[in-house]
Design a protein around this ligand. Structure first.
Ligand code: PLP
Length: 441
């Protein structure tokens, strides 16, 4: 790593982060969507391929997970208006939000109950398709429901899928892989919640626990997987397929907005707030949204004050060459899905010219937002997901926000604005744990 005092000078936000303060950072490297796509290794064509892949697997998903029947085997979440929460935020946190406030309920995605049901499941399906084609399990034109037959399941039993996880990625990869027939090993970091490990074990998944953080679990998992030619390691930091699985959210959200008669264009800007861990989920979703809404969508990531790894990577330009521990932060947070000390350099590289900015949030506020949403809308989210509310809440209190509106010619358009808080997890949290969260101060 570079000399510490040189790093601190790269951006004044780093000093504030080091002090554990909540920050609002605007990305000075953001450029127009068109220009940022000039150097991008991925494009809408890749997103469309992922969408097509998911369609091919829809009959199989529907067979194994009947709850997806209403959507013909697609895994997609509701988009709902949360007007009572908007009022609560404006009253309690003086957030002065105008326009519409919507909640994207990836917390309620089928199979894994979190945003990881987008990327994680696509990643495993893609691998499954590769294996099936390579070994002649599918005849041309045959329905993928075929891959759920006993002999196919027996075939997949010869293969192992492994992943390192703070919890939700493990749940998503673990459940889908186990159901398809694979042997599965999930390498869990110390932050992972007990109920997530228990749930995975109930599917017959081999859950291994490590003392260290997420980085340690990934390292051990990768080494073990690399030693076995029949094992596939899901690489949360570098996988293009995982990223593309998340990115299918773009077109699907466009359709949902149209069905709700909500317009997004130059006169009706869209603001999206997504909790960020290693970066794949918020990066992939933002990438997908950018393809569709281009410069009319403004994407913000939210991270815990103790684990703002993506912000640190972007603000320093060092990406995965710096960790939050390097600036004296613990990396520890109640938001287990965001407890990551080092970001994905792949995602940082794509987002550095597309992302509008980042906010950080203190852990105790996550529980306040959780209770607010439960009281006003009767919707439960896990603490990690509640980080997204910090986006709209902090805007009215920050000079940076007005600066952003002015620079982008948005000040007069905010009455027409649409704000989407991306709820990334929660529907699988057991009842007793919900009670515990609700009473956490
Ligand atoms: C994983 C996760 C995120 C962030 O996703 P990354 O790909 O790690 O950035 C956000 N919220 C929840 C609930 C998650 O599980």
């Amino acid at each position: 790593m570079e000399n510490f005092s040189r790093i601190m000078k790269k951006d004044p936000v780093i000093q504030l982060m080091k002090q554990g303060e909540e920050v609002f950072w605007l990305n000075s490297q953001k450029i127009s969507f068109e220009k940022s796509m000039d150097h991008c290794e991925l494009g809408q064509k890749d997103v469309d391929e992922a969408e097509q892949g998911l369609l091919r697997f829809a009959p199989l998903i529907q067979k194994y997970f009947p709850e997806t029947e209403a959507q013909n085997g697609l895994i997609e979440s509701p988009l709902v208006e949360i007007d009572a929460m908007k009022q609560r935020m404006n009253e309690t946190y003086e957030s002065a939000l105008e326009g519409k406030l919507l909640l994207k309920e990836d917390s309620h995605l089928a199979i894994a109950g979190s945003v990881k049901a987008r990327g994680g499941i696509y990643e495993v399906l893609k691998h499954t398709e590769d294996l099936a084609l390579q070994h002649g399990l599918l005849n041309p034109g045959e329905s993928y429901a075929r891959l759920g037959e006993p002999d196919a399941k027996k075939f997949f039993r010869n293969y192992t899928v492994q992943v390192g996880s703070t919890g939700n990625l493990g749940l998503s990869i673990g459940i889908i892989s186990a159901v398809l027939g694979y042997r599965v090993i999930v390498h869990m970091s110390a932050d992972a919640k007990q109920w997530k490990k228990d749930l995975l074990r109930s599917y017959g998944v081999d859950v291994r626990e490590y003392e260290g953080d997420y980085g340690e679990a990934v390292k051990r998992g990768r080494a073990l997987s690399d030693a076995d030619p029949n094992s596939y390691f899901v690489d949360d930091e570098n996988s293009r397929n995982l990223f593309l699985g998340y990115s299918v959210a773009g077109k699907r959200l466009q359709k949902q907005l149209q069905e709700m008669h909500v317009t997004v264009d130059e006169e009706h800007p869209l603001f999206v707030y997504i909790p960020c861990g290693v970066g794949g989920a918020p990066g992939g979703i933002s990438f997908g949204l950018k393809q569709i809404f281009k410069d009319s969508v403004h994407c913000f990531f939210v991270e815990p004050v103790e684990a703002p790894c993506m912000l640190l990577g972007l603000a320093t330009g060092l990406h995965d060459q710096i960790s939050v521990q390097d600036i004296g932060l613990s990396g520890k947070t109640q938001a287990d899905g965001l407890a990551v000390g080092r970001p994905s350099a792949f995602v940082g590289g794509i987002m550095k010219t597309m992302l509008s900015g980042e906010m950080t949030v203190q852990d105790d506020k996550l529980y306040d937002y959780m209770r607010d949403l439960l009281e006003t809308e009767k919707i439960f989210l896990e603490p990690s997901a509640c980080a997204a509310f910090q986006g709209p809440v902090c805007e009215n209190h920050r000079a940076e926000w007005n600066e952003y509106l002015k620079e982008n010619g948005l000040a007069e358009k905010m009455k027409n604005a649409v704000h989407i808080v991306w709820a990334t997890g929660g529907s699988l949290v057991p009842k007793e744990i919900r009670e515990e969260y609700i009473h956490t101060k």
